[in-house]
Design a protein around this ligand. Structure first.
Ligand SMILES: *Cc1c(COP(=O)(O)O)cnc(C)c1O
Length: 360
């Protein structure tokens, strides 16, 4: 007899992380290239001395620091082991088998996987022609089984953002009992136009069903430590605390996140260089003939259709690792100029190879 495992899990694909190849430039996981700031490394080293003790399960220092920074109260905040765990927790507190979790597609790969883990049904609404969340179509797709809606803004992997008016019109159409998770993992890279500008913290006061998700993994550079947070109405936060895996935000992660908030200005200043590089990389790719939607994140999307896998495989031969999505496109992290240049040299080479008949 083999152990009895839920049979529906057999059809569930595993989460595919960005790959690492020795000697290659890794542009597959939207990481920053810098290690932790000296002040953050020192906080981690100090906290290491106390690792014989369990972490603070209430995450008091971090929760208070976040509440202060964001202008909310601690009962509006829950931290998690990366914001992916908060995505899972939101599904757990809202959805059971037969319920629907709605989101745009293509978007963050965790949404469909985590939905299926609880036996709920993912409902994926195609992005618009310009690779943006189609909020009117999502509002039309709400049924009495809809329990949770993810809006990823900027969207991973396309980098696109919705207009603020469209977001508000959407929130007005969502029934107040349906939770909306606004996933802002890349918010620090957003340089919004007047039409794109909104304040999620303000919105969560107006819409009590709105949960804002953010993370220390991207602009704050702590991907390896696993800390994210949710900002929401206390009723939602209370439920998130019930399903929190005890002690899953570890001692080092809590100390490092607090130290990052203290060095906030320095870390956020680094995003300026990425934003400038994003413009340079996007412009060059467009000049080379690639279809690149305007990105507001630390990566760009290249619409490659059927060539996506071939392009990424050729990249590895040129020592650059990017993230392909079969039949659709590739996502390429924007980092420092030297690394971006390695990618651009490859992208240029691909175009001349295609012209020479080297690829399909
Ligand atoms: C990276 C990412 C996250 C969260 O990452 P954690 O490392 O788990 O905090 C959440 N949502 C999106 C869309 C992301 O790209």
């Amino acid at each position: 007899m083999t152990p009895r495992i839920r049979p529906d899990l057999a059809t569930l694909p595993a989460y595919v992380p960005g790959k690492t190849f020795p000697g290659a430039v890794k542009l597959a996981s939207n990481e920053v290239t810098f290690g932790p700031l000296p002040s953050v490394a020192a906080a981690i080293a100090d906290a290491a001395a106390g690792l014989n003790r369990y972490p603070d399960n209430a995450m008091v220092a971090l929760t208070e620091a976040l509440a202060k920074r964001l202008g909310v109260t601690p009962d509006n905040i829950q931290t998690g082991c990366g914001s992916v765990s908060l995505c899972q927790n939101l599904i757990a507190i809202t959805s059971a088998p037969g319920d629907e979790v709605l989101f745009g597609w293509r978007s963050f790969e965790t949404y469909p996987l985590a939905t299926r883990v609880v036996g709920a049904t993912p409902v994926q609404i195609p992005l618009t022609g310009d690779h943006t969340y189609d909020l009117p179509a999502m509002a039309d797709a709400i049924t009495e089984r809809t329990r949770l809606i993810f809006v990823c803004n900027p969207n991973n992997p396309t980098g696109t953002v919705v207009d603020a008016d469209d977001l508000i019109a959407f929130l007005d159409r969502v029934p107040p009992e349906v939770v909306v998770a606004l996933d802002e993992a890349y918010i620090e890279y957003l340089r919004p136009s007047a039409e794109q500008r909104y304040d999620a913290i303000e919105l969560h006061r107006r819409y009590r069903n709105l949960v804002v998700l953010r993370t220390f993994s991207k602009a704050y550079g702590l991907a390896g430590l696993r800390v994210g947070y949710a900002i929401a109405d206390p009723t939602v936060i209370e439920a998130l605390r019930k399903v929190h895996v005890p002690f899953s935000v570890n001692t080092l992660a809590q100390a490092a996140a607090v130290a990052c908030l203290a060095a906030d200005a320095e870390l956020l200043a680094r995003t300026e260089a990425i934003v400038a590089e994003r413009a340079r990389v996007s412009a060059r790719l467009t000049e080379l003939g690639y279809r690149v939607p305007e990105s507001q994140a630390n990566f760009v999307w290249i619409d490659l259709g059927a060539d996506a896998l071939d392009f990424a495989a050729a990249g590895i031969e040129h020592k650059v690792v990017i993230r392909p999505f079969a039949g659709d496109g590739v996502r390429v992290t924007v980092t420092e100029p030297a690394e971006n240049d390695v990618f651009l040299a490859f992208a240029e080479r691909w175009v001349s190879d295609v012209k020479a008949g080297g690829h399909r």
